[in-house]
Design a protein. Structure first.
Length: 266
């Protein structure tokens, strides 16, 4: 059985614009993997089996789409060892789907080219193509149009999943954004993201457009040089200059929820 790690992501920036002609919102986002990962195992089989995570739908859809595109039966057995919190804004399902796509594609007699695999990933969700790429990426358009970024990686990530907080549906989060005319000023915020990336100053990135959390302010008070929600949350991250600082902050936040102290991942 071939295996691949499926890392979680955080959005180091997420600014959102108006609705596009395809019904999706224009976004500019900075995507960074972190050192929490599911493990995906895959091998040829007589039928499509996805084991280890009963709630999965995206891995199954990904492999069905790959089989249809490649003209083969989607006959693979997949094992998911789930470590990424579900529905937390960390992209776990998207990462699993991308890992399964990559592993299954390698088993084909005529594997799909990277650009075609990217198209399949984008059809599954705007986050999925990122997990086929290497390193930090700038996501534009609906988030699936990617450009490689050279970002500082010498930080430690504190991730907090607050107790008793559940992720609101993506549809409801965007509906609330539209209701408050959140798209106003998008071009200015987008320009700020691009200028900040050019300077390499992650601390100056604008806050998440979709949602906020009081824990972000608490993390900054505990020494994080940047803190925000990832995606639509509820997971909150803080970036620290040293692991010692992150561990100290983590001990302070342990009564508030689950805490991970992890490095960035490539």
């Amino acid at each position: 059985m071939s295996e691949r790690l499926a890392h979680a992501k955080i959005n180091l920036a997420l600014v959102v614009g108006p609705v596009r002609s395809d019904g999706k919102h224009e976004v500019t986002t900075v995507l960074q993997r972190i050192g929490i990962a599911d493990r995906i195992g895959l091998e040829p089989s007589n039928e499509l089996l996805v084991e280890g995570f009963e709630a999965d739908t995206l891995v199954r859809r990904a492999l069905e789409l790959l089989g249809k595109t490649a003209g083969v039966d989607p006959a693979w057995r997949v094992r998911i060892d789930k470590q990424i919190p579900v529905a937390a804004g960390l992209g776990g399902g998207s990462s699993d789907a991308a890992a399964a796509l990559a592993l299954a594609n390698e088993t084909l007699d005529e594997p799909l080219a990277p650009a075609r695999l990217h198209e399949l990933a984008a059809a599954l969700g705007a986050d999925v193509p990122f997990f086929l790429a290497e390193g930090p990426q700038l996501g534009e358009g609906d988030g699936s149009e990617l450009s490689s970024l050279h970002l500082p990686q010498g930080f430690t990530v504190l991730l907090l999943l607050p107790d008793a907080e559940e992720k609101a549906s993506t549809a409801s989060v965007y509906a609330a954004f539209d209701a408050r005319d959140g798209q106003v000023g998008y071009e200015g915020r987008r320009a700020q993201v691009l200028e900040t990336l050019s300077a390499g100053d992650l601390a100056a990135l604008p806050p998440n457009d979709l949602a906020s959390s009081p824990f972000a302010a608490e993390l900054r008070g505990l020494g994080a040089f940047r803190a925000d929600l990832s995606g639509a949350g509820p997971a909150v991250y803080g970036l620290f200059d040293t692991a010692v600082e992150a561990e100290h902050a983590g001990k302070r936040l342990e009564p508030s929820g689950r805490v991970w102290i992890v490095p960035p991942a490539w």
